[in-house]
Design a protein around this ligand. Structure first.
Ligand code: SAM
Length: 233
């Protein structure tokens, strides 16, 4: 593991106690709608074996578990032990005893699963954070069954300069000051720089095709300030 990914892990371990509250504040609760959309795009069906990559505190994994039902199973994977501890503390009240959800501490760049294992996958705000996007897409492709779908939700840089200016203003004048209230200024200041170097929709599509996906489509949402990359293995 590189130093850089150690730094990312440290950031997410540190923000774990406030992460859910911050998401609600910063998106005015909208992130829940975007996550529901991503789960629908993953094509999850009852009885499926599902993967939520970079699951953090487990929002997407919990929705996947509801859709996969008592005969399905969900694996939430993250390399931050503190985020997984929050996820684990949340799952019990949500799920019936027969629902199966496992929280797995692992690196998205080296997944501890056999080839062709999952029926569907989601990844929320994770692709921008991994240190090697092509490798992460290759690993995702490897563990999905042929024809399986994945939906990758993340921030996106809009091509419209007015919307991009609004997004930058929002990140600089709203996100960082709110993070400051939680004592997390440095941890949240990384978001805008990470977005600057994150591939835009068509570049994500090209990377996914290179990783072996049969089809890849990027759907801009929220005025193209977010996007969902929908992949078929
Ligand atoms: C912004 S959070 C998103 C959490 C959650 N998916 C959500 O949408 O709320 C990004 C997560 O990716 C995880 N992460 C980043 N790089 C990773 C890697 N290489 N392997 C596993 N997890 C990683 C971080 O620990 C963090 O929990």
């Amino acid at each position: 593991m590189t130093n850089n990914s150690e730094q990312i892990k440290t950031i997410f371990n540190r923000i774990a106690p406030v992460y859910n509250q911050m998401n609600d504040w910063l998106s005015l609760g909208q992130h829940r709608i975007w996550k529901q959309m991503a789960v629908q795009w993953s094509g999850v069906k009852p009885g499926n074996t599902c993967l939520d990559l970079c699951c953090g505190s487990g929002d997407l994994a919990l929705v996947l578990a509801q859709q996969a039902g008592p005969t399905g199973s969900v694996f939430g994977v993250d390399f931050s032990a503190a985020q997984l501890a929050v996820a684990n503390s949340r799952d019990r009240p949500f799920l019936t005893p027969s629902s199966r959800i496992s929280w797995v501490e692992a690196d998205a760049l080296d997944l501890p699963f056999a080839d062709n294992y999952f029926h569907c996958a989601t990844m929320g705000y994770g692709l921008r954070n991994v240190t090697d996007i092509p490798r992460s897409l290759q690993e995702l492709h490897r563990v999905l069954k042929p024809g399986a779908k994945a939906a990758i939700l993340d921030l996106h840089r809009p091509s419209n300069s007015l919307t991009r200016s609004f997004q930058q203003l929002y990140l600089e004048t709203l996100v960082v000051p709110i993070a400051q209230q939680f004592g997390m200024t440095q941890e949240y200041a990384y978001i805008n720089p990470s977005l600057e170097k994150f591939p835009i929709g068509p570049e994500q599509v090209a990377l996914a095709r290179q990783a072996g996906f049969a089809t890849a489509t990027h759907y801009p949402i929220a005025g193209a300030m977010m996007g969902v990359l929908v992949l078929v293995s």
